[in-house]
Each structure stands twice: as C-alpha cells, then as structure tokens.
Design a protein around this ligand. Structure first.
Ligand code: IPE
Ligand code: IPE
Ligand code: MG
Length: 248
C-alpha cells in the first residue's frame, strides 16, 4: 500500500494509507433523478460523470485498482429503455477509454459474463484489452458489467469441474488459490475497501468471494452526488480500522 498524505502537508494531520484496491457499488442514480423529477436514465448519465471524476481522483491519490459495480446480473429485470440507456453509457465510456487510456496510463477493463452483451460492446471491450496490454505499470479501472458474485463462483466451479473431469486436476489439489484463479478477478488483489453509497446496507451480489476480508464503508450520499471529499472520508474511515484477518 502506498503512503500518501491525502489532506495536504498540514502539521498534525497524519499521513493516510491509501488502499491499494477500492471497489464501489455505484448506487442511487435512480433516486437522484427522481428527486429532481428527471427520468432514471438522467441519473445514470450523472452517475457516469461521477464515475469519470472519482476514477481520475482515485488514480491521482495513488489507488492502484479502482473497481465499480456498473450492472449486475439482476439488473436485466429493469425496463428495457433503462437497460438500453445503460448500454449506451457503456458504449460511450469504452470509446472514450480506448482514446484516453494510453495518455492517462489507466487500463480500463470490464469483468462479468460478457457473452450476452451486444456484439459492438464486446468489440469495444476487446479493443480496450488490446490497448491495456500495451501499458507499462498502469492503474486499473475495472467496470463490472453483467457481473454477479454467485454467477462468477458458479462459472469457476464449472471450469474447475471440467478440469477434474478431463483428469487435469484431482479434487484434493483444489485450493482456495485454484478458486481465486478461476474468478474474473484472477489477476487482481482482493478489494481493501468497498464503498456503497445511497444508504443501502447490503452487498447485492458484489465480489462475494473477494470481499472475505474487505472493509466496508456505507454512506447515504447518492452516487451522482459523490465527490472526492466523500472518497477522502471513506479512506479516513478505512485508516481508523484495525484489520486483523482473524489474528489478534
Ligand atoms: C445504480 O443506481 C446503477 C445501477 C444499478 C445500474 P440505481 O439505478 O440502482 O439507483 P436507485 O437505487 O434506483 O436509486
Ligand atoms: C447494485 O445495485 C448493482 C449496481 C450498483 C450495479 P442495485 O440497485 O441493483 O441493488 P439492489 O437491487 O438495491 O440490491
Ligand atoms: Mg439501486
């Protein structure tokens, strides 16, 4: 973890330890729009702006991995026009990312069950991966789209079962590491800090395996209203915690 003085050089303010991996459940877009008498999709557009701003800020303060929950495996239940609006926001963001990734040295990646996404979005994700693979020691911005923690674990179990069936792997050789390696997050460290705005106190199927020892931070702020100072507050809270990982 990097040591970084988040709050400037003022005497008496302790240096804050910046988490290596911060994940956010970007929630509250719909309520933000409703409060303003706007359609839900306007809330998603505002939420996308917040994502741009907070992803940039987190990189600037030294966060190496910034992961956001953008669309769950359950979000297909929403009205088609809302789903379409979200897909359009993903298109727009991915196009932008392909242009800007090298300049910012940020590897934008998408994880989830991507097979069912529209083909043009899958092509954009492939283009992102190609640009990302050429970056030298980048920061990572990861969007979870059609992501579900249970779905991810089910897919891992299936892949491992196939290896057992072909004789590549024997059941007694399956370790926690084997499972981790079969998740979408195989190349990433587990999140240190998971933030959920909007006042909901639940995880809604996000990073179930990876969050075993994550610190949680909940705030009533709706995601479109989330500002860099709210991230500072979450990191300050993280710095108050004593992570024991089962030890003493
Ligand atoms: C989160 O905001 C964005 C997605 C789930 C795609 P919501 O759309 O869930 O906003 P609320 O919870 O209805 O306010
Ligand atoms: C979780 O938010 C999913 C994302 C933020 C993408 P939801 O709004 O879908 O979660 P619930 O339905 O309130 O649990
Ligand atoms: Mg919600």
């Amino acid at each position: 973890m990097a040591l970084f003085d988040l709050f400037g050089k003022d005497e008496g303010k302790a240096a804050q330890q910046v988490p290596q991996h911060i994940a956010v459940i970007m929630d509250g877009n719909g309520r933000w729009a409703k409060k303003r008498g706007m359609p839900r999709k306007a809330g998603h557009a505002a939420g996308a702006e917040t994502f741009r701003r907070i992803a940039t800020y987190s990189k600037d303060i030294g966060v190496k991995y910034f992961t956001v929950y953008a669309f769950s495996t359950e979000n297909w239940k929403r009205p088609q026009d809302e789903v379409d609006a979200l897909m359009n926001l993903f298109r727009r963001y991915l196009k932008e990312a392909i242009e800007d990734m090298a300049k910012n040295n940020v590897a934008v990646q998408v994880i989830g069950d991507l097979h069912v996404l529209p083909e043009d979005i899958r092509d954009l994700i492939d283009e992102c991966d190609e640009v990302a693979s050429g970056l030298d020691n980048p920061a990572y911005a990861t969007l979870c789209i059609n992501y579900g923690g249970r779905d991810e674990i089910k897919n891992a179990v299936r892949a491992i079962a196939q290896q057992v069936q072909t004789g590549e792997l024997s059941p007694e050789d399956i370790t926690e590491e084997t499972v981790s390696r079969h998740l979408y997050t195989a190349d990433m460290p587990d999140p240190d800090l998971i933030i959920r705005p909007s006042g909901e106190i639940r995880i809604s199927n996000f990073l179930l395996w990876q969050s075993a020892y994550s610190e949680y931070y909940f705030t009533d702020v709706l995601w479109p209203d989330f500002k860099p100072e709210h991230l500072d507050a979450a990191i300050a809270s993280f710095n108050q915690r004593q992570r024991r990982f089962g030890g003493v």
